[in-house]
Write a protein that binds this ligand. Structure first.
Ligand code: SF4
Length: 548
């Protein structure tokens, strides 16, 4: 048992549902209790799809348990096949059905389904989660559909450079994009455009919008691009082993990663770098039309971003990418890095090590919130969970990964990948921060009753309730329901040295977004030096000590 209030991922059958709903011509029969149809809303509300996901639930009830639930499974399969006439069928069970052990996949295998390919899903709901379920379903489906194309053992792998002899452009598959993935729709558009500009065709995009017949064309491409390792990692490795198809594994999020992605792709496909592209022009120069991120982050207005402390927690793909962009392209200091993707923990640990950090691998959002409070960042890049935690701690936050909410399926084009994706990263990460001039002015003049501490006027809304107008100043008319935003100052832990009024007064002069860190450093200094009270002198001694 584990006490859980929020989970980063759903059960594995939701991952299977994501694959079925992303594709066309696939139907999923799910042995599940009445009520599990809640999952439909993920697609019709969050993804705002205009049709129900292609799933038929057995929706058994308590009274069915006394009867023959296996018969119910068979009847549901027959009806679903007759009604929807799918090109491929998935059969599986949800957590509760797993306990009844009706073996719906085995039942389907013994039925006459008119020859359609059927995949029996074994998804252990009590040990695995949604992304694993999606990856396993995608892998099993591809395996099943390619079963009769498997090359005989010993057959030499086709050359990824055969496009030259065949007198055609090179072509690759984009594997991994799915519904409920983060910005997949726009990433596919962006990466396809990027490849088109390089003279590379996109053959199959899957699972998003693919049909079973498209999956059967996968081996005809020269290479596979593993866009989302959480979903496509296992299938890409299998295609590499069994069909000799090379995999491009660099995920093109950020300018550096996009440049490395194109270099890896050209190297795999044996292509020359086109004259006047990539390395030939300095990426991000003021006139460069590819991405504005490098120039924007070099322009003088971004100077105040340098060294901003950022805490990152996301799925592995987006966490690793964000850490690189934050540290190498925006000049932030990454003070925390972690992920809930246990399957890719090794990769996250390696990325954290490069930054001198220890990765936080957990699916307990309270542990993440504690680590966040401990690191005292000025910006959080995370999931919907971290958005809530950061709000409680009064820290600016941008969402960079699933689990997502409806506002992260925007109407506008908002990719994370490629050159345009880098523009989007710059805007969406910098936006929650206080603008440079406002930060400077609040540091200089602390007595304004509108631009009070912690207030970010470019985000609209009311000043935070914690801000104090000077005594005697006219009190602004606050709306009754003004949002209370806590400042980023953590209370002193019990047993900490106490603060003298002169120390408190000096502490209040420190800008609010670093004040928590200064408070904690000073208390640590006081403890180490046996000081029971902290006055202004102790505060400056601590400052000198930590900046030495
Ligand atoms: S079967 Fe699983 S997903 Fe469905 S209600 Fe029970 S715990 Fe939730």
């Amino acid at each position: 048992m584990e006490l859980t209030l929020w989970t980063y991922e759903g059960p594995p059958h939701v991952g299977a549902l994501r694959i079925a709903a992303s594709m066309q011509g696939v139907h999923y029969v799910l042995h599940a209790p009445q009520g599990d149809t809640y999952a439909d809303l993920l697609f019709t509300m969050i993804e705002r799809r205009d049709r129900r996901p292609p799933v038929t639930y057995t929706t058994f009830q308590a009274r069915d348990l006394g009867g023959d639930t296996a018969e119910l499974v068979k009847r549901t399969i027959t009806e679903a096949v007759e009604r929807f006439q799918p090109e491929a069928l998935l059969v599986g069970e949800s957590c509760t059905a797993e306990l009844i052990q009706d073996q719906p996949g085995a039942l389907a295998a013994g039925m006459d389904l008119g020859g359609i390919p059927m995949v029996s899903l074994e998804l252990p709901a009590y040990s695995k989660k949604e992304n694993w379920g999606a990856a396993e379903t995608f892998y099993q489906l591809v395996r099943q559909l390619l079963a009769d194309q498997l090359p005989a053992p010993g057959t030499p792998a086709p050359s990824p450079q055969r496009w030259r002899q065949e007198g055609r452009r090179p072509r690759v598959n984009l594997l991994g994009p799915s519904l409920l993935g983060f910005r997949c729709r726009d990433d596919v558009r962006e990466v396809s455009r990027l490849l088109g500009a390089e003279g590379i065709d996109v053959s199959v995009v899957a699972p998003l919008d693919a049909r079973p017949a498209d999956l059967q064309r996968i081996p005809a491409a020269d290479a596979n691009v593993c866009l989302y390792p959480e979903v496509a990692g296992p299938v890409c490795s299998w295609l590499e082993r069994r069909f000799g198809q090379p995999v491009v594994r660099t995920v093109p999020i950020g300018v550096g990663a996009t440049t490395a992605f194109l270099a890896e792709l050209r190297q795999v496909l044996g292509m020359e770098e086109p004259a006047g592209s990539s390395a030939a022009a300095e990426p991000g120069d003021a006139g460069d039309s590819r991405s504005r991120l490098p120039w924007y982050s070099r322009s003088v207005d971004s100077t105040y971003l340098t060294g901003k402390r950022v805490f990152i927690f996301a799925d592995a793909t987006h966490a690793i990418a964000a850490a690189r962009v934050a540290s190498q392209e925006l000049g932030f200091q990454v003070v925390g890095l972690g992920s809930y993707s246990r399957e890719l923990a090794r990769e996250v640990r390696a990325a954290a090590k490069e930054l001198g950090l220890e990765a936080l691998i957990t699916d307990d959002y309270l542990a993440v919130e504690r680590a966040m409070a401990e690191a005292m960042p000025e910006l959080v890049l995370g999931t919907q969970m971290e958005r809530h935690s950061a709000k409680r701690l009064g820290i600016p936050c941008a969402v960079i990964s699933a689990p997502l909410h409806v506002q992260d399926v925007p109407a506008r084009h908002a990719p994370q990948m490629g050159w345009e994706g880098a523009n989007e990263l710059f805007d969406s990460w910098v936006h929650p921060l206080m603008m440079g001039l406002e930060e400077h002015l609040i540091g200089m003049f602390r007595h304004d009753f509108e631009f009070v501490e912690g207030h970010r006027s470019h985000l609209g809304g009311s000043p935070p309730a914690g801000g104090q107008p000077p005594a005697g100043a006219a009190q602004p008319q606050e709306p009754a329901a003004a949002t209370a935003v806590a400042t980023a100052v953590a209370p002193s832990p019990a047993g900490a040295p106490s603060w003298d009024p002169s120390g408190e007064a000096e502490l209040a002069k420190i800008p609010f977004f670093v004040r928590g860190k200064v408070r904690r450093n000073t208390e640590a200094y006081a403890r180490d030096h046996g000081l029971a009270r902290i006055d202004s002198e102790a505060l400056y001694a601590a400052k000198a000590h930590f900046s030495a």
